[in-house]
Design a binder for this molecule. Structure first.
Ligand code: EPU
Length: 421
């Protein structure tokens, strides 16, 4: 397992390009199962989660090539509708193959994803939605066994807005007979990217980008190509890297509208934000970090996937702030590690109260999940001394070569290969 060694205290500066969005790719790739033939996905990020999805699709019979961020997925020879535990246990998003396989092939056997590092992440809404479309679903020995003749459109009111359930049902409904209406659908940009891909494939969807999606099922979808949107969480993480080091950085290919909620909070914290066409600059050289409360919410609110990074940032703010996660109530595994770096944070239920300290001090810390790891890297960039972040394989799941991106902005960060961490 690799670790990062970070010499803290370097102000970041310069320009950086944002990679394609992990959570968009993880939806676009299984969507290719809906059409027979070769689909092209541009701007696909090179991430371990993307490779995990590719291997799962290969297991189903999909032929793939992946070069220079272009992923080609050929679905003409699907040989299996079975997503085994060996693949699904590595990544919960594997459950995205359920809707496409069921609607196209009339059956799917997909391992239940099980627990997650920071708490329960149910998939009841995926299963209830598919049942409403007429699927028969049994849970047998840790597997979802889903069967149906052609699915039939239905009205589905989600109790909770869920990215995954919206994506799965949207894909399933695209080939169903009749009209499906999804109320309280997720409006996250990655779902919009998926819906736009489905439209290009020939799906009929109204309300794209809103919380009500109306899908008129079609008989067939055709293979096509799609551009993956830029990763708003990578963008937000790098902006905080600039902010936490009192630096000044520019994201060169990033539409700011994807991350307005985070930009507003960065401005409140004292950063200057400048938006020009497709580029976005942050200037935090004023040496002042104001404490700012955040509460996570569904899009366009403050993303839960930026909560850990914001907590690290507020650890060195002037004064006290609160961070409340309303999406995942237990997502605070980064806090005990931030305490090892000298932060002053108390967690009660789903709220962290952060008393800003003047300086964080280097230590060895352990990654527990993707965004927690990102928060530790950010804290390490600001800490006095040399911080070691162990088990960075979590970061490799969702950030494309983050150490190279940070180094190019002037950070002193090194990957050390090894097995004892
Ligand atoms: N929920 C249910 N039942 C369900 C599904 C979800 O109760 O059947 C609840 C969850 O427990 C949670 C809320 O609904 O409280 C939202 O969960 P959602 O289904 O939207 O999450 P997801 O689809 O499993 C995606 C991202 C996550 C991101 C969340 C929230 C992908 C592959 N993953 O997960 O990304 O945190 O949406 O925005 O798109 C990450 O990138 O680090 C990550 C965890």
């Amino acid at each position: 397992m690799d670790k990062f060694v970070i010499e803290g205290g370097k102000k970041l500066s310069g320009k950086i390009e944002i990679s394609g969005a992990k959570n968009a790719s993880l939806a676009l790739m299984p969507a290719c199962l809906l059409a027979s033939g070769k689909s092209l996905l541009y701007n696909t990020p090179e991430l371990n989660d993307v490779f995990t999805m590719m291997k799962l699709l290969n297991h189903l019979g999909v032929e793939s090539t992946f070069q220079n961020h272009l992923m080609e997925l050929d679905t003409k020879n699907i040989t299996s509708q079975d997503a085994p535990y060996e693949h699904v246990k590595k990544m919960r998003a594997s459950v995205y193959v359920l809707g496409p396989l069921l609607t196209k092939y009339g059956m799917a056997k997909v391992s239940l994803p099980g627990g997650c590092a920071w708490g329960p992440r149910p998939i009841n809404l995926h299963l209830e939605g598919l049942k409403k479309l007429g699927a028969e679903i049994d849970l047998v020995e840790g597997y979802i066994i889903a069967k149906s003749k052609r699915l039939t459109g239905a009205k589905i009111n989600f109790d909770v807005s869920s990215v995954g359930a919206t994506g799965n049902i949207l894909m399933a409904a695209s080939l169903a007979k009749g009209t499906t209406v999804l109320n309280n659908a997720a409006m996250e940009p990655e779902i919009t990217n998926l819906a736009e891909f489905l439209l290009k494939m020939g799906a009929k969807i109204n309300g794209v980008g809103t919380s009500t999606l109306e899908i008129e099922g079609v008989e067939e979808l055709h293979h096509t190509e799609m551009e993956t949107i830029p990763d708003r969480i990578e963008a937000g993480t790098l902006l905080i890297a600039g902010a936490i080091t009192n630096g000044a950085i520019t994201l060169t290919n990033f539409p700011s509208k994807l991350i307005n909620s985070v930009l507003a909070k960065l401005e409140d914290s004292g950063c200057k934000i400048n938006i020009e066409n497709n580029s976005l600059s942050l200037d935090a050289t004023s040496n002042q970090i104001n404490s700012v409360d955040i509460t996570t919410a569904i899009y366009p609110g403050f993303p839960t996937d930026m909560q850990a990074q914001w907590t690290a940032y507020m650890a060195i703010a002037n004064g006290t702030s609160t961070v409340t996660d309303t999406i995942y109530l237990d997502r605070f595994k980064h806090v005990p590690e931030l305490l090892r770096l000298g932060a002053n944070i108390n967690v009660n239920d789903n709220r962290a109260v952060i008393k800003g300290v003047e300086k964080l001090k280097a230590a060895k810390v352990m990654s527990t999940d993707l965004r927690a790891s990102a928060s530790l890297v950010l804290a390490g960039l600001a800490a006095e001394g040399t911080t070691e972040v162990l088990r960075v394989y979590h970061l490799d799941r969702g950030y494309q070569k983050i150490e190279e991106k940070l180094s190019s902005l002037g950070a002193k960060i090194q990957r050390v290969k090894g097995s004892e961490y």
